[in-house]
Design a protein around this ligand. Sequence first.
Ligand code: FAD
Length: 398
Amino acid sequence: MQDLLTPEEQAFRDEVRAFLAEHLTPALREAGRRCSGIFAEYPQGNDWHRVLAGRGWSVPQWPVAFGGCDWTPMQHYLFAAELAAADAPPRAPMGPGMVAPVLIAFGTPAQQQRWLPGIRDGSDYWCQGYSEPGSGSDLASLQCKARRDGDHWVIDGTKIWTTHAQFANRMFCLVRTSSAGKPQTGISFLCFDIATPGITIRPIHSLSGDHELNQVFFDNVRVPLDSLIGQENQGWTIAKYLLQHERGGAYSPSLRGRWRRVAQALDAAFSGHRAAAPEAQQLRLELADLHCQLDALQALELRTLRAQAAGAERGISPSMGKLLGTELKQALTALHVRIAGNAAVPHAPLHQAGAHALALSEDGLFAISSYLNDRAASIYAGTNEVQRNIIAAHLLAG
Ligand SMILES: Cc1cc2nc3c(=O)[nH]c(=O)nc-3n(C[C@H](O)[C@H](O)[C@H](O)COP(=O)(O)OP(=O)(O)OC[C@H]3O[C@@H](n4cnc5c(N)ncnc54)[C@H](O)[C@@H]3O)c2cc1C
């Protein structure tokens, strides 16, 4: 990578590195390293967001007029790579990367003024109300309703798998505003405050034991008419626009950080006389194979970034990136668990377990927790089966 950078790109990378060395505190780095879920816990993730906001780097992908940075695709890539390499806490994209592009493209100036500054400076935190029980992949079948009543929309129904709703103060939400015609033509896109009376949030604990997900209930919830983004019943177009942003972006910067971590775990597990063990050789081969896949993904992502900068449509590239990135992520975490198993067994004598004094390495626990969490990577942001359908349909259509 070093050899591929121009002197300007190297200078930019060094500027980011210097900033991280000064502002990414040991506590924030630790939060980043311990994050086995999708995003860091809200307090650390948001603290870090505010630090970046102070430097003007919290929303670099936005247009400059709204506070973004006029960076080249390579600068965006380097920025993401340096943050991941330094163990910066991963930040939730629902505000900066999902609803913000929608507000910029479809919102009125008043809506942009009301919501964008709070996303940029970290005073607002958003959650995504798309999925419902029974409406996930088939999102057009959603049933959560909103009807006009005077100068309000009145919402009734439920949303599920709402990540970090327990921390959010704002929500963007798809609602059914008409039952006439095709299901896609009766959906609208609303933005409102979570503190509105009638909203109840119920936690869902995941396989890994984390509380990231929630079910959200709406009982006669009244939000102002200007909560509507775009036109009434235009929500499907807006929803699809947002999904392109949700699935877009580069996976390889953070996966490279994860790959290094797995490599370190492998070295530690098979150090000394066990280095030549046949299983060590096998694991090394598998890790090398994943490195090749990672290089290929990075090449694809850089090519896509450059094409987009030259004005190309996003097309199926978000689906391809989502598919390859999440499969690689799962393969890496699965390998990490196998390595952790090799390291754990000789150090887990029964008498310690019996005395409840079992020594568990943090890395081993991290491997298991992230393995369980990453099972969901092929489901969220649209399942990988559905991404395969999108890619196949596009390719078959020529
Ligand atoms: C960790 C996590 C976080 C999430 N966060 C949010 C959030 O913040 N906000 C939000 O709104 N939603 C969120 N979701 C929900 C997510 O978007 C849905 O889980 C996803 O869209 C799949 O929907 P479903 O779970 O209803 O599965 P289903 O759609 O019921 O799918 C079940 C199975 O059938 C397959 N399938 C369905 N249709 C097809 C088809 N046409 N062709 C081939 N196979 C098909 C699927 O691939 C899958 O394997 C989150 C999910 C997870 C796991």
